[in-house]
Design a protein around this ligand. Structure first.
Ligand SMILES: *Cc1c(COP(=O)(O)O)cnc(C)c1O
Length: 448
């Protein structure tokens, strides 16, 4: 095959570690997603394009759910909306049996609008306006209290509803991992959590029936969860014995990792990331060992990224190629940080639609924004890419289609491949109307 001509150049030899990134993520070919060719997807829906795989989403939920449900008899999964609140994604997970976990009134409304009843919604987070608490309480949602001011707000809501409200409290604690998230909930070791219980009991307007925690995100340490569940069980019995309350659920939150590659971790995800089974074993074995005979409170899991991340792909196209002054190849893509906000933390897997001849070389992948920080990959190992080459970036299902920005460019379409060779739009591409729809230009500023 005739190689494309490339001007000769002199490249400075970089001294230092040979290749601290280990084997790069180059060399993978992905001609299709679940049987739908990449070229068909781009022809029909354009580039860039987010693609979600229904099969992978359901499989990953089932794998994680099975890991827990085979080890403990009373499990409830609750879908973390902020991780990905596309209607279609939420609907699939609700079909699978997940309730909804929301952290704002906007997410609450989105779940209600999809048809989730109030009593299948968990309302978490540090900022719950009183009106939102009132709606949630009157519709029977599970509310996990974050701070003392929320206790006072909820007591007011109880007064206005004329009845007591069931509540949980969020705990934060030392589980041996750092950084320790202390900004959410009541601290266990300092006695703050016990003070919260006492305050709730003495107010006599709220009924404490659950404990919640969420240790962090992308946690690689199953033992941290074992420590957390032990501390929660011990605390629940302390409360039950001293105040005559029944703790009906222990909500361990989310934070399980996906098979993504965190920057700074050079082992491949298959080595660095423990399986769902290892987390389930740490949590459920500890739980069963600490619970009193015959007591099986509901174990709630709010896993977000571990369920959805690997179901999401982004197809992007090479718009231009250029050499940097030090000889490094670089490319301008049609997708950047505006669509993949999480590129700050991950070295995504980057696959080619088809084999491209030429030596693999370290290159930089830039996004389309006029911003120096718009870099999708600082060090991808790829052959020379002609203009128009399509790259498939994954896993990108978690936190990207909620954190994406309407900055400089509008958001592209999102499609769902259903597993029977078909692809359907689940979110249309935005255009100028979406950008200007809510703007109002005062008459005196009109140009003509
Ligand atoms: C974000 C969040 C989750 C989901 O976290 P993941 O790391 O995506 O699993 C669960 N619970 C709470 C309270 C959260 O804020």
């Amino acid at each position: 095959m005739k190689q494309p001509y490339e001007k000769p150049f002199i490249k400075k030899v970089q001294v230092g570690l040979m290749n601290k990134f280990g084997t790069g993520y180059g060399g993978h070919i992905r001609p299709d997603i679940d049987g739908v060719p990449i070229s068909d997807l781009v022809t029909r829906f354009g580039s860039p394009l987010f693609v979600f795989s229904e099969r992978r989403l359901r499989e990953s939920y089932r794998t994680i759910h099975r890991a827990f449900s085979t080890r403990y008899p009373n499990i409830q999964f609750s879908w973390s909306y902020k991780t990905n609140y596309l209607d279609a994604v939420c609907a699939i997970l609700h079909q699978e049996g997940e309730t909804a976990e929301v952290v704002s009134e906007l997410e609450y409304q989105k779940a209600r609008r999809l048809g989730v009843p109030g009593n299948e919604i968990i309302f978490n987070g540090p900022y719950k306006p009183v009106e939102a608490l009132k709606t949630a309480a009157s519709e029977g949602a599970t509310i996990n209290i974050d701070h003392f001011d929320e206790v006072y707000d909820l007591e007011e809501v109880a007064d206005s509803l004329g009845r007591r409200i069931n509540v949980g409290i969020r705990l934060n604690m030392d589980t041996g991992i750092s950084p320790q998230w202390t900004r959410f909930g009541f601290n266990l070791e300092s006695g703050q959590a016990l003070d919260a219980v006492k305050r709730i009991v003495s107010g006599d307007k709220l009924v404490l029936n659950g404990l919640h925690c969420h240790l962090g995100t992308f946690l690689l340490e199953p033992r941290a969860y074992a420590t957390a569940i032990k501390k929660m069980v011990d605390f629940s019995y302390e409360i039950q014995d001293n105040f005559g309350l029944k703790i009906e659920y222990l909500d361990i939150g989310g934070g399980l990792p996906s098979r993504n590659r965190l920057k700074g971790i050079y082992l491949p995800p298959d080595v660095a990331v423990p399986s769902a089974g290892e987390f389930a074993e740490a949590i459920c074995d500890t739980l069963l060992a600490c619970l009193r005979p015959g007591d099986f409170p509901t174990l709630v899991l709010e896993t977000g990224r571990a369920v959805v991340d690997e179901a999401g792909f982004l197809i992007t196209t090479v718009h231009a190629a250029k050499r940097l002054p030090d000889g490094t190849r670089s490319y301008v893509l049609d997708a950047g940080l505006n669509l993949l906000f999480t590129a700050f933390w991950y070295n995504f897997k980057i696959e080619l639609e088809k084999e491209i001849p030429g030596p693999h070389d370290s290159c930089v992948l830039y996004g389309p924004l006029c911003m120096n920080i718009d870099v999708l990959a600082e060090n991808a190992l790829l052959p020379p890419l002609p203009r128009g080459t399509r790259l498939i970036v994954s896993p990108v299902g978690a936190y990207n289609v909620t954190q994406w920005m309407q900055f400089i460019r509008s958001r592209p379409a999102v499609v769902l491949v259903s597993g029977n060779g078909d692809a359907e739009i689940i979110r249309e591409a935005e255009d100028l109307t979406d950008l200007v729809g809510r703007e109002r230009l005062p008459d005196r500023l009109k140009l003509r």
